[in-house]
Design a protein around this ligand. Sequence first.
Ligand SMILES: [Fe+2]
Ligand SMILES: [Fe+2]
Length: 162
Amino acid sequence: MNVTDVLVNEHMFLRTVFVAVERALDKAQTLAEVSMAARLVEGLMREHMECEESLLFRPLDALLKEKGQTCHLSSEHREHTALIRKAQTALSVQEGRSDLLLAFRILRAHFHDEERLVIRLAQTTLQPQSQETLGKEWLDRRAQCGHVDNPPSFKVPGKTAV
Ligand SMILES: [Fe+2]
Ligand SMILES: [Fe+2]
């Protein structure tokens, strides 16, 4: 699977997680539940961002810089992490839920931007073999995390896993 297909698949998986977490947040009654949801999202997003930056942004760095995009997208990653962490230290369930819902809205827009810009750039500038090699590296990293054989699930205390 080439690297752009892996990216799109991972975005699809993450969007599905966001929907599941949003449903769970509707029923969340404690800060512990909200914080656990935010920690789950932070872990998944950290793995995604690390692969994206090392296996897509770095190879495309020079080209992205010409378009002024590398710094923009990388700094957005830091902002996403900060917002997801803010949800973990919220002082009320409502505040934590709002932080996380805002993070999801921003992340969905970010995924859209990446699919519009980075994928097209990768497909037009990287050799097909390079796209395959980078995609294999991404999947190998996922397998090492256990996601391929053991997809992550979402569970909050006292609730059924999603
Ligand atoms: Fe990203
Ligand atoms: Fe992404």
